[in-house]
Design a protein around this ligand. Structure first.
Ligand code: RIB
Ligand code: CA
Length: 320
C-alpha cells in the first residue's frame, strides 16, 4: 500500500499535537510537511510546539514552515496574537514535551504550500486544523491552488455547537474572511469537520490510562496532553459525558485512515463575516433553502470507539 501524502496546517496546541503524532506515525500516511498559523497561541509558540512534537516521536525529518502571525485582514480582532487567556487555558504556555534543538525552515508556509502543490506529481491531501489564514494567503499567491489540491479536510465550524461564541467555532471565528475565501475557492473535495462531530469523538480519562500504558513516547505524551484537555473542559466547558474532552484536530487525521469514522452530508456552507452576534458562524444549508450548490461534505457525527482504538493502535507501534 502506498501511504497517502498529506500536509497539516496547525496552530499547535494540545489537540493539534495529537493530530501531528497520528499523521507522523500512522503507516498509511506520509506527512510531507507541517505549516503553522497564529491561533491557539502566538505563531512562534505554535511553531516551537510543532517542532517539539515531531522530535519527540522521532520525526525530526518532517519540515516545519511558519506562516501567518495574524488574521488575513483584521488587525485588532479577533486574535491578532494567539488567543490570550483562553489559549493558555486549553493549550498551556507550551506543551509538556522536551525542548527542540531544531529550527523551522527558511521558507514561509505560503511559499511551501504553493511550491509543493505546483510541483506535485502525486495527490497530497491538505488538512488545515487552525485558522485558515495560511490557506487563504496561499490562494491569493497562487489562484490555481484550488485546482492543484485534490482534497481538503478542515477542522472548523459548528451547527448545533459554538465554542468561542454561541454562534461560532474557534478556527473559523479566528479569521472569518480567510475561512470564507477558502470555502468559496472551489476546491473539488472539501470535508468540513464540525464541532458537532468532534464532540461525539470524546476521549476519557480511562482512554488516557490505556494510552499511557502503551509506554511509547506518543502514547504517554498523548495521555498527558488529553488529561490536561479533560481537566480544562471539566472546569470551563463540560462535555455531555463526564471526564471526557474532544481532541478535534486528530479526528481529521483519523478520517484519512478510516473514512467510516465520520458521518458526512454534502451541503452548502458559507461563513458570516459581518454579523454582530454571529461573526464567524458557518451557515450550513441543511434544509437546502439557499439555492447555492453544495461545496463541502460536512461531518456532524463521529465514532468515538474507532477513533480511540486508532490512536491506541498507532501509538502502540511508535518508538519500536
Ligand atoms: O475549535 C477547535 C479548534 O480550535 C481546534 O483546532 C483547536 O486546536 C483550536 O484551534
Ligand atoms: Ca487547532
Amino acid at each position: 500500500m502506498i501511504p497517502r501524502k498529506l500536509i497539516l496546517d496547525v496552530d499547535t496546541g494540545t489537540d493539534d499535537a495529537v493530530a501531528i503524532m497520528l499523521a507522523a506515525l500512522h503507516p498509511a500516511l506520509d506527512l510531507v510537511g507541517v505549516t503553522v498559523v497564529n491561533g491557539n497561541l502566538p505563531v512562534e509558540t505554535c511553531t516551537d510546539n510543532t517542532l517539539r512534537v515531531l522530535d519527540h516521536v522521532g520525526r525530526s525529518d518532517v519540515p516545519v514552515f511558519e506562516g501567518a502571525d495574524r488574521p488575513l485582514v483584521r488587525t485588532d480582532f479577533p486574535i491578532p496574537r494567539g488567543s490570550g487567556e483562553q489559549g493558555a487555558r486549553y493549550h498551556g504556555e507550551t506543551l509538556p514535551i522536551p525542548a527542540t534543538r531544531r529550527r523551522k525552515e527558511r521558507s514561509t508556509a505560503v511559499e511551501f504550500l504553493v511550491e509543493t502543490y505546483r510541483a506535485a506529481t502525486e495527490p497530497i491531501t491538505l488538512v488545515p486544523v487552525g485558522t485558515l489564514t495560511n490557506i487563504a494567503a496561499a490562494l491569493a499567491a497562487e489562484p490555481r491552488l484550488a485546482s492543484l489540491v485534490p482534497e481538503v479536510v478542515i477542522m472548523g465550524g459548528g451547527h448545533e455547537i459554538g465554542n468561542v461564541t454561541p454562534a461560532a467555532e474557534f478556527n473559523i471565528w479566528g479569521d472569518p474572511e480567510a475561512a470564507a475565501r477558502v470555502l468559496g475557492a472551489g476546491f473539488p473535495k472539501v470535508t468540513l469537520v464540525l464541532l458537532d462531530a468532534t464532540h461525539k469523538a470524546l476521549v476519557s480519562y480511562s482512554d488516557c490510562e490505556r494510552l499511557a500504558a502503551l509506554g511509547t513516547p506518543a502514547g504517554m505524551a498523548t495521555s498527558e496532553i488529553v488529561r490536561f484537555r479533560i481537566d480544562t473542559h471539566e472546569k470551563w466547558q463540560k462535555m455531555p459525558i463526564a471526564g471526557t474532552a474532544p481532541v478535534h484536530d486528530a479526528l481529521c487525521v483519523a478520517f484519512l485512515v478510516d473514512r467510516g469514522i465520520l458521518a458526512t452530508r454534502r451541503l452548502n456552507v458559507v461563513v458570516e463575516t459581518a454579523g454582530t452576534y454571529t461573526l464567524g458562524r458557518t451557515v450550513i444549508d441543511v434544509h437546502r433553502r439557499s439555492g447555492r450548490e453544495p461545496n463541502a461534505d460536512v461531518a456532524f457525527d463521529a465514532d468515538a470507539r474507532r477513533f480511540v482504538d486508532l490512536l491506541a493502535e498507532t501509538f502502540a507501534r511508535s518508538g519500536e
